[in-house]
Design a protein around this ligand. Structure first.
Ligand code: 3HC
Length: 695
């Protein structure tokens, strides 16, 4: 046996078998160095007359996460992945790839280019490029159909979904599925190839028959589900080209791939990928997280039920406390319904569903939380009620318990001050429905112990959430931005845009629902209560739109009353409520305003600029750590379209000069609302972008 190692690839030989091992932590991402190392290792083994078969496998948790996403948008460096794969595909000696853990994107394409594939049980494969605004760019769209058929390849590639080990074996993506270590599995497979027991084959020459009905159905589905995205449709075009001779198909695939590489959709989705991960880099990360084994949730309303469900889905025993005895059964039923829904959607197995039900206890006795490691308060949004509760918790809870409030606006410092253990108090702001929405704002109060911050992050990740660190202020990161976004849309309505035009413009931008549809869903009365709470501190120079209050005065609170901005009759799609339109028109007359015309672009520009300006203020005040954290908040908690990357990512696309110019122009109409944040001025002076701040 002889070894020939680089930092990222180990090469060894054993008898007539050569082995190439990918060794580039954390995920064996295939960047230029790894491509070159694999290419060189393969060339060397080809020229070694003692070698008759080559095994390619990976070290660490995974075979590989695919192409190095950090290289996207940079100039291509040779050897490119298609060049490396061509050499493997043309290999005079059979190459057997062993896949374990994960083989995504370019990693699966690499395996598809080789002559045999072995899967280790537990393997997941995918061509998830569409999720990054791309399509498989190294042969995946041509070689997968040749293994699994056109219709199955369309499904896998256009959705980017994961394929588990059983499906990979059943569809022929892997030739065999085994238990054990990748190196040994590779050796055994190579011996079998040499003995003729395992068939090493080249599938490129295979012809694929066109299937117009399958293609038409897939295109119609994509247009209905993701009308704004280019990548899935181009991926479909690429897969269709697999009916051509392979060289033509590969060339067509590469052209489409390079087109998408330059698209804003790709830039937005890749930014979203990294933003989701960047939030973990917090100043407290050196402090060791504490162990949380049991959770108590206080409050049996929608939020409490959702939070309890989220922890149960994460495998924690949960005590749900609902102070009103007659509502305890209802709270339990709510959690059970959520769990049932998760079971139906395939989010948990029958066994984990049963375990989650067993893990739930419901009570009206607050004293029963005495032994919980974490207590999450989710009662209604009232400071006196919250401070009263925290005083009681201080007396009841065991020393060393973590006390969390799910407040969405209130001062976590004041809540902490109600206890004698302010350093154990933290904000954990979940978003409704809490068992589905992925964002959790971790609100760090002045006295919060750093270990609780790392604990909150670890816990949130454990239950599948995206935690984002936020400082204490009214509305933290997300709701303070939401407030400005809503105000911008209300001012547009007041100034002459129709609410359905505003909703339609923002929906065309990519939001699932416009702000007025969302208000109807959330309940117009709820927003009115928040406005009433803030009325005393509202600056006199702030414009106030009464339209929503006047709609509430009619008893129209949105969906729950069948009427709000829209009419809901349960059967048809919501239609504009003429009564709401009349109220808006009458209010403009009262204010003596001639309605202005706004284009859809102008509507989006104003709403987005309001969000960006507030995001910049949150950064300037240290409420958010970095622009990418704000983007993560918007993407995972507020339905900001993922392919747009988030408001701060968009700010860089728009340009700081343009943003400042926009705000100054709008300020001519309303100098109180439209103020240029100092941070934008500083960025303009220093030639800085938000991306620079993320780096
Ligand atoms: N390139 C570069 N970095 C990557 C990466 C990739 N393909 N995949 C993951 N990473 C990085 C993450 O950013 C993270 O870095 P950080 O620690 O600095 O934040 C680190 O690796 C660990 O990743 P995760 O935190 O996500 O680790 P998990 O264990 O939770 O998940 C994973 C691992 C399932 C592999 C997940 O990271 C993932 O899904 N990665 C993306 C896979 C993907 O989309 N591949 C396709 C790439 S496109 C392609 O191959 C084009 C081709 O067709 C030419």
């Amino acid at each position: 046996m002889k070894d020939d190692n680089t930092d990222i690839v180990r090469v060894e030989t054993e008898g007539e078998i050569g082995l190439i091992c990918l060794s580039k932590p954390p995920v064996n991402a295939i960047g230029v160095a790894l491509r070159k190392a694999v290419h060189d290792a393969h060339t060397r083994l080809l020229s070694d007359p003692a070698i008759n078969a080559i095994v390619l496998y990976g070290e660490g948790r995974f075979f590989s996460a695919g192409a190095d996403i950090r290289d996207f948008g940079k100039a291509a460096v040779q050897p490119t992945l298609p060049e490396v794969l061509k050499a493997l595909n043309d290999s005079a000696k059979p190459v057997i790839t062993v896949l374990h853990g994960v083989a995504f994107g370019g990693a699966l394409e690499l395996a598809l280019a080789t002559q045999a594939r072995v899967g280790i049980r537990g393997l997941k494969v995918a061509l998830p490029e569409v999720k990054l605004g791309l399509l498989p760019g190294a042969g995946g769209s041509q070689r997968l159909p040749r293994l699994v058929g056109l219709a199955a390849a369309i499904d896998i590639i256009c959705t980017g979904r994961e394929v588990d080990d059983t499906e990979a074996a059943a569809t022929g993506i892997v030739d065999r599925l085994v238990e054990g270590a990748p190196r040994e599995a590779g050796m055994e497979a190579a011996r079998d190839v040499l003995a003729g027991v395992l068939h090493a084959r080249q599938t490129d020459a295979q012809m694929i028959t066109p299937d117009p009905p399958a293609v038409d159905a897939a295109r119609a589905k994509l247009l209905a589900k993701r009308p704004l995205l280019a990548a899935p449709l181009k991926a479909l075009d690429a897969v269709c080209a697999s009916t051509l001779p392979v060289d033509q198909g590969l060339a067509y695939e590469r052209t489409l791939f390079m087109d998408l590489m330059d698209s804003p959709e790709r830039a937005g989705l890749v930014h979203a990928f990294f933003a989701e991960r960047a939030t973990a880099k917090i100043p407290e990360r050196a402090s060791e997280a504490r162990e949380i084994r049991s959770v108590a949730v206080i409050g049996g309303g929608t939020m409490g039920i959702g939070i309890a469900t989220a922890f149960l889905l994460g495998g924690f025993p949960v005590q749900l406390v609902e102070g009103q005895s007659d509502r305890v059964a209802q709270a339990r039923a709510g959690v059970e319904q959520n769990l049932e829904g998760a079971l139906r959607r395939g989010k948990l197995s029958g066994a984990t569903h049963a375990a989650a039900l067993k893990n739930l206890t419901c009570t009206d006795a607050l004293e029963e939380v005495a032994s919980a490691d974490l207590i999450v308060e989710a009662i209604f949004e009232d400071m006196n009620a919250k401070t009263d509760l925290f005083k009681k918790l201080d007396a009841i809870c065991k020393p060393g318990a973590m006390l969390a409030t799910n407040t969405s606006y209130l001062d976590v410092n004041a809540i902490a001050a109600a206890t004698s253990r302010a350093n154990d108090v933290i904000g954990l702001h979940f978003f409704s429905p809490a068992h589905i929405m992925r964002l959790v704002e971790v609100v760090v109060a002045d006295s919060t112990a750093p270990e609780w911050v790392t604990t909150a992050f670890a816990l949130a990740r454990k239950i599948g959430k995206v935690p984002v660190r936020a400082g204490v202020c009214d509305g933290f990161i997300g709701n303070r931005i939401l407030t400005q976004y809503r105000k911008a849309s209300e001012y547009l309505l007041l100034d002459g845009a129709d609410f359905d035009q505003i909703d339609a413009a923002l929906e065309s931008f990519g939001f699932a629902m416009g702000p007025f549809s969302v208000s109807d869903l959330a309940g117009l009365d709820i927003a009115r209560m928040t406005r009433q709470r803030k009325a005393a501190t509202r600056p006199p120079e702030e414009r106030y739109s009464r339209i929503s209050d006047l709609i509430c005065d009619q008893g129209w609170f949105g969906r729950k009353t069948g009427k709000g901005y829209y009419l809901y009759d349960g059967s048809n799609a919501p239609s504009v409520n003429p009564g709401a339109t009349e109220i808006a028109e009458a209010e403009r007359r009262v204010l003596g305003k001639d309605p202005e015309q706004f284009s859809d672009e102008e509507i989006v520009a104003r709403c987005l600029t309001a969000m960006i300006a507030e995001g910049a203020r949150a950064l300037q005040e240290g409420i958010a750590l970095r622009p990418a954290d704000i983007d993560a908040v918007e993407l995972f908690g507020y339905g900001f379209p993922r392919h747009r990357g988030g408001p701060m990512h968009m700010a860089d696309q728009i340009g700081i000069d343009t943003l400042i110019c926009r705000i100054e122009t709008y300020a001519a109409e309303d100098a109180h609302f439209w103020q240029v944040p100092q941070l934008l001025r500083d960025m303009q002076k220093n030639g800085q972008s938000f991306a620079d701040m993320n780096a």
